[in-house]
Structure formats: C-alpha cells, structure tokens
Design a protein around this ligand. Structure first.
Ligand SMILES: Nc1ncnc2c1ncn2[C@@H]1O[C@H](COP(=O)(O)OP(=O)(O)O)[C@@H](O)[C@H]1O
Ligand SMILES: [Mg+2]
Length: 340
C-alpha cells in the first residue's frame, strides 16, 4: 500500500447544543495517498461537509465543536497545530473549494488580485512573476481572454466561470491535497461535467490528491480511486471504487448505486430515492445500526451497532453491516435478512 498523504484516524466531531451534545461525525477513518482521488458520497446531512471542514481546521474556532481523533498530514497531526501553522498549511499544502464560489471569492476585489494575494502570501515570486502565474492559472482553468478577465470582479463572471476562478485560486500554491465539497451542485448539468473534467485533468497535471464530495456517482465511477460512503455521520462503506461498485456490502451503498442514472441520461443533481430519510443527527442517535429503519434486509442483530469490517477479498474494502455476505447474497435469500 502507498504511503498516505493524509491519514484521518477515528475522527469524531461533537457539537454542544442548547439541549444536548450530539455527535455529527463518529469514528471516521480514511487515508488518501499522494495523487489519489477519494470520493465521498451520501445524502445531505450525513456529515460529509463537517468531515471535510475538520481536516482544514475550519471548525476550530467554534467553541461548540469538539474534535477527537487524529488528522495526520505529511506525518504531522493537524489537530495539534497552532492557528498560524494551520493557516500556512491551508494556504500552501491543502486547498478547499466549496459549492458556493462566493464563500472563497471576495466580491470587492478583482479576480486577479485575489489570486495574486494568495501567491504573494505563500510564495516568494516577484510582482511580475505573480501576474504571469495568475494569467497562467486563469488559462489552465479555461477562462477565455485571461489578460482581460484578470481585472474583472467576481460578479462579472458567470457561475461556471466563478467556479473556475475559485479553482485557480485553490491551485495557486500547487497544493498537495485539494478538497472539493460538491463544487458543481449549483451549476447546470453541462457546466458540472466540464468543471469535474477540469478537476480530474488538473489533479493529474499537479499530481495532487483529491477528496471530492459529490452526489454524482457517474463521476465517482470515472475519477475515483477509492470511495467512502457516509451515513448518519459514520463511514458505512469504504474501498476501491471497483470493488465497492461491483460488490456493495452495505444496503445503503446498494441503494445509492441502484438509483444511479444511466450514463447517457442527464444526471440528476439529487440523490435518488431510498425509502425514508436519514436521521437528523441533531436529535441524537438511536442504538443499533443507523440505517435500520430504512433497510430492507434488517434482522434481529441490527439492533446492536455493527462495526466497520472487511468481508470481501479486496484489501481495504470495509463495511458497517451485519449481513454476513453482502447485499447480493441477501437479495438471493442466502442471508438472514427479514424486513421489519
Ligand atoms: N455549525 C453547525 N451547527 C449545527 N449543526 C450543524 C453544523 N454544521 C453541521 N451541522 C449538522 O451536522 C450534520 C451533518 O452536516 P453536513 O456535514 O453539512 O452534512 P453533508 O455535508 O453530508 O450534507 C447535519 O445534521 C447538520 O445539520
Ligand atoms: Mg455538505
């Protein structure tokens, strides 16, 4: 196995609320090797964004959040870094892009100035070199007429162009890890595809690792090396994308895959219908398997919580389900699954 760039171990995120303490993310562990793509999938509210923001320390100033576990990056535990060091890591080694580009772009400053500012802070390039590098970045992300657009303000860009500018900003310092949190959800289908294709290409050009949170399982199939499925703040299945897509072990994963649109149909931006909805984490969690109320294969044992275990031959393919031989076997009646 390749040495990892980022190694998240037993990440747990607690949130104190007026009435109670709740656990938004529970014992999540995964690693990403240099240059690798890990896709994170799961319905809204399953803890994907909280997990991503935890890696780059965006929750550290919220006194209501408490994090446990370790986030090793290049061998250092990011949870132990001071704020100044963390800012350095965030600017130069790890970058994050969000669903809404305006959360990264300042509406009051020209696009070029914002990218230049990142370069000024994190590199020792001269003014001329910064301008040249900014133009190169705008060109790399497919912005036409960079010599003109460099002086535009964000509102002069279309949604897709703003997303490209945000990617340019994220790439400015050649990060080793890019975290992209549903970067295309707000865009039309054609632009979504273009942006994701661009990300995949830039990842190769820059040799970056990529953690991509997305609803689009077609994209996952295309660009992920590994995939992590989150449900109710837990990792319920993780493994090589081929192994997980070929033999999903968790009924939640199987449900997501079953409703994946055919490749040539327009992709829906919403996740498909598995009956019911995910639990609201703020209301606290039930004992037993979190997916039990929605599961067609539930049986007596599911009243106690399953742990994350490997059941298939592929190394590193783990799932949090009591079905002894996976969903396919259960479907054929070879498992003790009885719908409640
Ligand atoms: N700052 C916050 N305050 C209160 N609850 C939060 C906060 N951030 C996230 N949550 C809750 O944590 C859960 C997971 O959220 P999130 O990570 O955003 O889910 P996802 O990205 O998978 O849609 C949700 O129930 C959400 O309401
Ligand atoms: Mg989210």
């Amino acid at each position: 196995m390749k040495e990892s760039l980022v190694d998240v171990r037993h990440l747990t995120v607690h949130l104190s609320m007026a009435q109670a303490d709740v656990t938004l993310v529970e014992d999540v562990s995964f690693s990403v090797a240099p240059g690798e793509v890990l896709c994170v999938v799961g319905e809204s509210g399953c803890g994907k964004t909280v997990t991503a923001r935890s890696i780059i320390g965006l929750n550290r100033h919220n006194p209501n959040f408490r994090l446990d576990g370790e986030i090793l990056f290049d061998g250092r535990d990011l949870m132990q870094l001071g704020d100044a060091e963390m800012r350095k890591v965030r600017g130069a080694s790890i970058a994050m892009i969000f669903q809404d580009p305006m959360s990264s772009l300042n509406p009051l400053h020209r696009i070029g100035r914002q990218i230049g500012e990142a370069l000024r802070l994190h590199t020792d390039l001269s003014r001329g070199a910064i301008r040249q590098r900014t133009l190169d970045l705008l060109k790399q992300v497919g912005i036409p007429n960079p010599q003109v657009r460099i002086d535009d303000y964000p509102h002069q860009f279309s949604g897709g162009m703003r997303q490209r500018a945000m990617i340019a900003l994220a790439l400015a310092c050649s990060p080793k890890l890019l975290i992209a949190d549903e970067p295309t959800t707000a865009l039309d289908v054609t632009t979504q595809k273009q942006i994701l294709t661009l990300l995949a290409r830039l990842k190769d050009e820059y040799g970056m690792a990529l953690i991509l949170i997305t609803h689009d399982l077609g994209i996952v199939a295309e660009i992920a090396d590994r995939v992590m499925v989150m449900y109710a703040g837990q990792c319920v299945e993780i493994g090589e994308v081929r192994s997980v897509f070929r033999s999903p072990q968790h009924p939640y994963t199987a449900g997501l895959l079953a409703s994946m649109p055919a490749a040539n149909r327009a992709r829906s931006t919403r996740l498909p219908s598995i009956r019911g909805t995910p639990p609201v984490l703020a209301l606290g969690r039930a004992t037993g398997c979190a997916f039990l109320p929605r599961c067609d294969f539930a049986f007596e044992r599911c009243r106690s919580a399953p742990s994350l275990e490997g059941k298939v031959a592929d190394v590193g393919h783990l799932d949090r389900c009591w079905l002894p031989t996976g969903v396919e076997a259960a479907r054929r009646g070879a498992a003790p699954g009885i719908a409640p």
